[in-house]
Design a protein around this ligand. Sequence first.
Ligand code: FAD
Length: 297
Amino acid sequence: MKPSPFEYVCPDTLAGALDALAQDPDYSKVLAGGQSLVPMMNFRLARPERIVDINKIPDLDGFEVQGDRLRIGARTRHLSVQYTDQPGPLGNLLREAASHVGHLPIRTRGTFGGSIAHCDAASEWCLVSTLLDAEMTAQSTARGTRVIPAADFFQAIFTTALEPDEILTSVSLPILDDNWVAGIAEFARRAGDFGIVTATAAVQVVDDTITEARVCIGGVSEVPFRSAAAESALRGATWSPDAVTAAAEAAAEEVDPPSDAHGDAAYRRDLVRALLPRALGQAQKQAHEQVRKTEAG
Ligand SMILES: Cc1cc2nc3c(=O)[nH]c(=O)nc-3n(C[C@H](O)[C@H](O)[C@H](O)COP(=O)(O)OP(=O)(O)OC[C@H]3O[C@@H](n4cnc5c(N)ncnc54)[C@H](O)[C@@H]3O)c2cc1C
């Protein structure tokens, strides 16, 4: 299949790209890594009349620590996230999550912000952003800069709070201190596929007690699902296999997954039950490693 005809513009400034979008926002599309947009255009599921390529705009990629948050440029490639040298639990989570994103060629081209703007509920970056209450920064000529919290950003499958004339410029995540540990586990039929179900968790542990917990599940709803039931099962509990099992059971009961060709609702619920303990197990392994490093001096 070939895409329908379109005009291609490749501005070398953000202002130029925003102007190009503003001329005809409803018929224009931003091109970042092209790993979702180009296949959609080839299948004629998307028929933009103008493509605004953001690959020549400076300063849209990379990592910057700003106080207690990490700002990730929207055009940062998945592969750069996989090899980020960000220390601590946030760095561990980003590297582990990136390793699940597609295959190497997809990670080489596809971008962090592209995944978030595309808004597939199974996308690792949509999950991590929801888990950690990320803040998305968007710019347009009409409204300038605005910051959108993750809870308001992801609205439905392939639908976000971004307006058609806006460019997502960066995403900011809280830097978790060393009392936090985090993990991600997913099940996909083939390596590199989107997970049928993915579980992510981050817990703050002080003296073996879980003082704060975040749990987010992908593949069970139109947007990543924060499991309040699992979070409250973990919060205040002693970090133990029983607490993990209780959280997994609570999440499995709370989700209301769809049935489709990849698995019915009961199967997805079982995957939640199986995967949340794996995500928490990965987190616990990190906790043990931290203790070992501290004891080794
Ligand atoms: C075979 C295959 C397997 C894959 N597996 C996975 C997987 O396991 N997990 C996963 O998360 N992803 C997976 N992907 C998708 C991949 O991660 C894409 O990179 C990602 O979905 C989109 O990022 P992109 O930079 O390629 O965006 P593009 O394809 O260029 O754009 C996607 C959409 O986002 C919009 N957009 C992009 N950037 C911006 C911006 N800065 N501001 C405003 N709008 C913007 C575009 O207009 C378009 O609508 C897979 C893709 C393929 C082809």
